[in-house]
Design a protein around this ligand. Structure first.
Ligand code: UDP
Ligand code: MG
Length: 310
């Protein structure tokens, strides 16, 4: 029988930990598979830590990883996958937006399809603002149009991955991990599972606008070189406009249809031309050098302070 692990990143989730544990464990207990839950406490500064330790103390099937500080959602999930020894893992949010009651159906689909990945697609999303739903919808479609790899849309990190996928994932050396993208990128047999995303059970979203934007930018930069080409395109357009204006005003001077002051022609040409060149180089270099800078430092993605039940 295949061993199952549920990977749950938690950042300041004191309001939902108990419900998450109870609901998930009652589903797991009904399965024939041996199973466990891996909670990653991503440097929470509320009672999350104490609550997780209490649960781990009375239930050996609950494993806990405490980070030394807040490293972020993606590093937390990465740590869960890195530490997971099970044959199959399902990644879920702590806030019950991804209902644990779906686990048996997801497993069933995986078995039936002999899939390596079952990615859960949101048919609809409950309890989220219009802005969040709209921006998420736009983001997934925009990512697809920009990226060289095609991703399934409306899909978060809620998914099942098997040992093959986890082993391949563990070989990836990049530090800025956009997990849902990387899992698609790895390939093998991936099938969708449609579900209704529920409202957060309690507490607040840990993805305020700023974090959402950083997440989206990172995803884009790590998965696409199109911004480089766009910056270049923009530069070319500016250069072209500069040339047209230069010709226009020069001819205007000669044939007398432009009444620009002497010197104005060359100044405007220079400004637009070099403005274009600058846009081009800054656009090309800036974005990606930032990433190179981060990657070349080769710092670990996360630091574990302590673990329980491993
Ligand atoms: N999370 C985390 N570290 C962070 C932010 C979020 O581990 O820095 C966890 C959080 O506890 C939750 C999951 O990632 O289990 C998704 O976060 P959230 O539900 O707040 O995002 P939303 O569903 O609103 O996009
Ligand atoms: Mg959530």
């Amino acid at each position: 029988m295949k061993k199952l692990a549920i990977i749950v990143p938690c950042y300041n989730e004191e309001a939902v930990i108990a419900a998450s544990y109870n609901r998930t464990m009652s589903v797991l207990s009904s399965l024939p598979n041996p199973s466990e839950i891996i909670y990653i406490n991503d440097g929470s500064n509320d009672k999350t830590r104490i609550l997780l330790n209490e649960i781990a103390l009375q239930d050996r099937r609950v494993k806990v990883i405490h980070f030394s500080r807040n490293f972020g959602h993606q590093p937390a999930v990465t740590a869960g996958i890195n530490k997971c020894k099970a044959d199959i893992a399902i990644i879920m949010d702590a806030d019950m937006q991804d209902p644990p009651e779906l686990i048996p159906d997801i497993l069933e689909l995986q078995r039936k399809e002999e899939a390596n990945v079952v990615y859960c697609v949101r048919k609809s999303r409950g309890g989220e603002s219009f802005f969040k739903r709209f921006s998420a919808k736009m983001f997934y479609r925009f990512m697809n149009s920009m990226s060289e790899v095609k991703f399934p849309v409306d899909t978060g990190d809620f998914r099942l991955v098997d040992r093959t996928i986890m082993d391949e994932f563990n070989r990836l050396r990049e530090r800025g991990k956009y997990i849902r993208g990387l899992v698609s990128w790895v390939g093998f047999k991936q099938v969708p599972f449609y579900y209704v995303r529920e409202a957060r059970l309690a507490g607040e979203t840990k993805y305020p606008l700023k974090k959402m934007l950083r997440f989206a930018t990172n995803a884009l930069l790590y998965f696409s070189k199109k911004p480089l080409r766009l910056a270049m395109g923009l530069g070319f357009v500016a250069v072209l406009v500069g040339i047209v204006l230069a010709v226009w005003f020069t001819l205007g001077k000669i044939y007398g249809f432009s009444n620009a002051e002497t010197g104005w022609t060359s100044i405007i040409f220079t400004i637009i031309f070099f403005g274009g060149v600058q846009l081009l180089t800054v656009g090309v270099l800036g974005q990606y050098i930032g990433i190179l800078f981060d990657e070349i430092k080769a710092r670990p993605e996360y630091i574990i302070e302590e673990t329980r039940n491993f």
